[in-house]
Design a protein around this ligand. Structure first.
Ligand code: ADE
Ligand code: ZN
Length: 349
């Protein structure tokens, strides 16, 4: 493909319209302040903020934990199956507008079961929304259940046990929440059990935690993708390993800026990782909290890095499809769609 035939004027629209997969999105992080207030009112929950504007004004984070405190407070308005359904439909409708053909959604059952919400409300609400979105808009989805790493191994095992009646509804498991002081090895036995059950494995690592957390997620948890992973650059050997293994990193540029992992988008290392040959993808993480959807992430990243062009856009979209947990046949269909899309853009010239 002659990417040089695509003009810089064309690029912003191509980023928005190209088919892509989103592999790192916490569905509870898609809950917009307006919906938080609407659900709080419906469910008789009093929030610590008087209105949407003051809640939004509190979205000025200094690190991961300062965000998580608000994120868990926001999720506390979710009580019924229809709350989970409405939240998921709202995200998927936006994803369709972003030309996301496939989304792998993280969800945190412990955030809800700890408040007495039955786990089946979570599974049923999410699953029904995924089914309806597929029927209405054609978008494909997988669900990935995350364990909260600040909680105990015992709590993770209990969650897995409670989720097993719904095993057919989720594709894999992940590990999220506060990274520092909660290394991957804390969940070695949980992940071994999940692997034995045939679940696909991913984990957050190298967001705030050191490069060794990425190595331990690979060597001890045997994950297939690393969520974030941007701190891999602190080990040359690890960078080499990620290049040769092509283990995907699901990077979230706006999240990293909002949580002060990088000071500015210009300083974000995604372009350097991509040109070094790592399998990186662009994702939104928690779109309601960090400034926007996957397309906003693409737009802001490319605006801050003029060296990124059509070839890099294509590569990032291709990586997202290649790194998903769908069948090779399905990947081939979307990859053909992606190539047709770029071929048409070249032909415009
Ligand atoms: N849960 C939701 N967003 C997260 C993030 N960026 N890191 C860890 N846990 C999270
Ligand atoms: Zn995340």
């Amino acid at each position: 493909m002659d990417f040089s035939a695509i003009s810089t004027e064309q690029l912003p629209q191509l980023l928005l319209d190209m088919p892509k997969a989103e592999l790192h999105i916490h569905i509870e992080g898609s809950l917009q302040p307006e919906m938080i207030f609407q659900l709080a009112q419906k469910n008789g929950i009093t929030l610590s903020y008087p209105d949407v504007a003051s809640l939004r004004a509190a979205y000025a984070f200094t690190d991961l934990q300062s965000f998580l405190d608000l994120y868990y407070a926001g999720a506390s308005v979710l009580l019924t199956e229809s709350d989970f359904y409405d939240m998921t439909m709202a995200y998927l409708q936006g994803a369709v507008a972003d030309h996301v053909v496939h989304a792998e959604l993280f969800f945190d059952p412990q955030t809800h079961t700890e408040r007495g919400v039955p786990i089946e409300y979570v599974f049923n609400g999410l699953h029904r929304a995924c089914q309806d979105a597929k029927a209405r808009w054609g978008i494909s989805t997988h669900l990935i259940m995350c364990f909260l790493r600040h909680l105990s191994e015992e709590s993770a095992f209990e969650t897995l046990e409670a989720a097993l009646p719904h095993r057919h509804l989720f594709m894999g498991v992940g590990l999220d929440s506060g990274e520092r002081g909660n290394p991957p090895e804390k969940f070695a036995r949980v992940f071994a059990k999940c692997k034995a059950l045939g679940l696909r494995l991913v984990a957050h690592a190298g967001e705030e935690g050191p490069a060794s957390y990425i190595e331990n997620a690979l060597d001890i948890l045997h994950v297939e993708r690393i969520d974030h992973g941007v701190r891999c650059v602190e080990s040359d050997a690890l960078v080499q390993r990620l290049v040769s293994s092509q283990v995907p990193l699901t990077v979230c540029p706006l999240s990293n800026i909002k949580l002060c992992v990088f000071k500015t988008m210009q300083q974000h290392n995604l372009p350097a990782l991509l040109s070094a040959g790592l399998n990186v993808t662009v994702n939104s993480d928690d779109p309601a909290y960090f400034g926007g959807s996957v397309n906003v992430n693409f737009t802001e990243l490319f605006k801050a890095h003029p060296g990124l062009g059509a070839k890099e856009a294509w590569q990032l979209a291709k990586n997202s499809i290649d790194s998903s947990f769908v069948s090779q046949d399905q990947k081939n269909q979307w990859l053909a769609q992606l190539n047709d899309f770029f071929t048409a853009a070249v032909a415009v010239q």
